[in-house]
Design a protein around this ligand. Structure first.
Ligand SMILES: [Zn+2]
Length: 301
């Protein structure tokens, strides 16, 4: 009797495990982790790979992070253009256990900046182009892309029935509401043109009708040439200069003074945003509010 009971218990426990266990989703940067938590809820355990406020440009992995990656059921990242430090580590992972956001067909891409402001609606705008423009991979700053990421995430995990398919549809409805709120707030700003330290806001600008006038570091975080900086500094129509938390404050203050522009720190990575219900909406709302003030909107009542 005893051996039979033992194997029955073993059978029950192995059957029960998959039903009760949450899949482990490891997201590289905070915005992806916020989207994952919002849409997956209790259906998955979501861990954030990079600490808050850490730029993914030029990062390198620690051994503890490699162990976390190895234990993940699904790794969520933008792609090798943003998290270059992951490209090698993901080389031998099965395709179904990695979600590379930049390759999703549903992602919207902004037109590339071409100095004078000309638009390029080429079909391949999101890969690095021959003329040296780095693609803007801060793609979570377009709420339609957040919805696309949420959908792909739910689809990837649904193989294990972990998350109801309706979760992604609900998230998409929230994104449409969020977008309407942001449009209404930005409509209170008299300005549309801004310069930025780092070209991280192409997706946000394209979606909400703002005009990037130039930057000091391109989308891949490489310094732009002295001539483009000189051209930017000489402009007289820029009233808003956007810095990031890791910008050099002194350099930003000098440039803002030269332009006669308001200086505003905007955090594309949402370091100050509490992870929890609606975390992604808090991130994008904070970005929008900082842009609204930089562009001259009156303070909120
Ligand atoms: Zn960046």
């Amino acid at each position: 009797m005893k051996p039979a009971l033992g194997s029955l218990l073993l059978l029950i426990s192995t059957l029960a495990l998959p039903a009760g266990a949450q899949p482990l989703v490891v997201a590289t940067v905070k915005p992806l982790a916020l989207i994952a938590r919002d849409v997956l809820g209790a259906g998955a355990e979501v861990r954030q790979l990079l600490p808050d406020g850490t730029s993914p440009h030029g990062y390198s992995l620690r051994p503890s992070q490699r162990r976390l990656l190895a234990s993940a059921d699904l790794i969520l990242w933008v792609g090798p253009g943003l998290e270059a430090f992951l490209a090698d580590a993901l080389g031998d992972r099965p395709a179904g256990r990695v979600l590379t956001v930049a390759t999703l067909p549903a992602i919207h891409w902004p037109p590339l900046e071409h100095g004078a402001g000309a638009d390029d609606h080429g079909a391949d705008v999101h890969s690095d182009t021959a003329d040296g423009h780095a693609a803007d991979l801060h793609l979570w700053l377009d709420p339609r892309n957040a919805a696309a990421i949420a959908e792909a995430l739910v689809a990837a995990l649904n193989a294990g029935d972990a998350v109801p398919g309706a979760a992604a549809a609900g998230f998409r409805v929230q994104m449409a509401q969020l977008e309407a709120e942001i449009r209404a707030r930005l409509a209170q700003a008299p300005e549309r043109t801004f310069a930025a330290d780092h070209a991280a806001f192409g997706h946000f600008a394209a979606r909400f009708g703002l005009s990037p006038a130039g930057h000091l570091r391109d989308a891949a975080d490489h310094a732009t040439g002295a001539r483009s900086v000189a051209v930017l500094s000489a402009r007289t129509d820029i009233r808003c200069l956007v810095a990031e938390p890791d910008s050099q404050p002194e350099r930003m203050r000098h440039l803002a003074a030269r332009l006669g522009a308001r200086l505003q720190v905007v955090d594309a990575l949402g370091a100050g945003v509490a992870a929890g219900d609606g975390g992604y909406a808090h991130l994008l709302t904070a970005v929008a509010e900082d842009f609204a003030r930089c562009l001259g909107a009156p303070p909120l009542p």
